[in-house]
Design a protein around this ligand. Structure first.
Ligand SMILES: [Zn+2]
Length: 385
């Protein structure tokens, strides 16, 4: 049996406390003591250490009630630990500096067209833009998280394939690390979306949740027992490429009848009767218009059936308490989501057995992937602060 040394125990407790403040925001010393199962003198010692390093501040809570001395409120200091978040999408890229506690302290974004989409151009632009932003704000990121719409090996950030970007076997983690000069974590966009929802969004407090998003492609991220599920080699969550329709449309992945071909952006365009070249904005506008239609479920026809079929499969396989719908799915009219909720409840054995499953739209908006990328970076950093 190995006995942990006191400094190791202290480091472990310090990281746990910091993680709690990062995710939960300002917390009283008393609540920290309860949450972490540590006595008050240990909490005091840890908080004093962090305050001495400028990572937290303490204040007397304003609404202290009752007699006696109120427990001091411990506040994480956003600028004390800063990470760079990078969100590479098919048509644009964005960066943000995110502080301890999840606050976006500054950002920049630009369009990606033609050559700008090449990996070396993206890396170069990210590094230049990040350096300028950090200089403007007088901040220094200690790590970076990068979201990419592709299959990513988490161990080293190798992007095995990002079909919609035209990338194949790009060692993005290595290249970004060299260009930025800080440790870099690269993740699949849907996986990082799941992480963001779990830490900051509608999935807060859920132990088992699935995030499903429709962008140009359809992807997913799975939270199981409070942690991101990973495949044997780090690849997982290609929910969009479940075969749902033998003899259906050919998918860019080489397979036929993938869920993505029935519920992704192109399928939505077809269901709405929009021409192939119509931009994403037209789809979203049309879906908002559909809110006023007396029967949007009927208007979308088969699309709704395919959506439900995929969700029933996902719920049966993963048994989540919550399914979060992201990106284009968030623009679906309320009656469509209501129908999906009712049908999944009726048709999924797992949902029936566990007494239902919540199906909610993502609430984090366009910052979702930036926030997820930041959380991936913070995960690697908070043990070292
Ligand atoms: Zn496919």
């Amino acid at each position: 049996m190995t006995v942990a040394r006191p400094d190791e125990v202290r480091r472990y407790n310090r990281a746990a406390l910091l993680r709690l403040l990062h995710k939960g925001g300002p917390t009283t010393r008393a609540a920290l003591s309860t949450e972490l199962g540590l006595n008050r003198s240990t909490i005091k010692m840890l908080v004093d250490g962090l305050a001495g390093d400028g990572v937290v501040e303490e204040r007397v809570p304003r609404l202290a009630q009752g007699a006696g001395r109120p427990s001091l409120l411990v506040l994480p200091q956003a600028q004390a630990v800063v990470v760079l978040a990078v969100d590479v999408q098919v048509e644009h890229a964005g960066i943000a500096l995110v502080g301890l506690g999840g606050e976006i302290l500054g950002r920049n974004s630009w369009n990606l067209r033609g050559r700008q989409r090449e990996p070396e151009e993206v890396v170069c632009h990210v590094a230049e833009s990040a350096a300028l932003l950090a200089q403007d704000l007088g901040l220094r990121p200690v790590a970076a998280g990068v979201s990419v719409p592709g299959i990513v090996r988490r161990s080293d950030g190798m992007v095995h394939g990002a079909a919609n970007l035209g990338w194949l076997d790009v060692p993005l983690g290595e290249r970004m690390g060299t260009a930025l000069g800080v440790p870099v974590v690269v993740g699949n966009d849907a996986e990082l979306g799941a992480l963001a929802e779990f830490v900051r969004g509608v999935g807060r407090g859920a132990s088992d949740a699935v995030f499903v998003s429709a962008d140009v492609g359809v992807g997913g991220g799975i939270i199981a027992q409070g942690a991101l599920l990973r495949g044997s080699a780090g690849y997982l969550g290609e929910i969009g490429h479940m075969t749902v329709r033998p003899g259906g449309r050919r998918c860019h992945c080489g397979n036929v009848g993938c869920w993505e071909t029935e519920v992704g952006e192109a399928a939505l365009r077809r269901a709405l009767g929009l021409g192939e070249g119509r931009p994403r904005g037209a789809i979203v506008a049309e879906l908002h218009e559909l809110q006023r239609d007396p029967d949007p479920v009927a208007r979308l026809g088969d699309y709704v059936d395919w959506l439900i079929l995929g969700l029933v499969n996902v719920v049966n396989v993963f048994g989540p308490e919550l399914v979060v719908l992201g990106d284009l799915f968030t623009a679906l009219p309320t009656p469509v989501v209501d129908r999906a909720r009712a049908e999944v409840r009726a048709r999924s054995m797992v949902s029936r057995a566990q007494g239902g499953v919540r199906i909610e739209k993502s609430t984090l908006g366009p910052d979702l992937k930036l926030l997820g990328a930041a959380e991936a970076a913070f995960d690697s950093v908070l043990t070292r602060v």
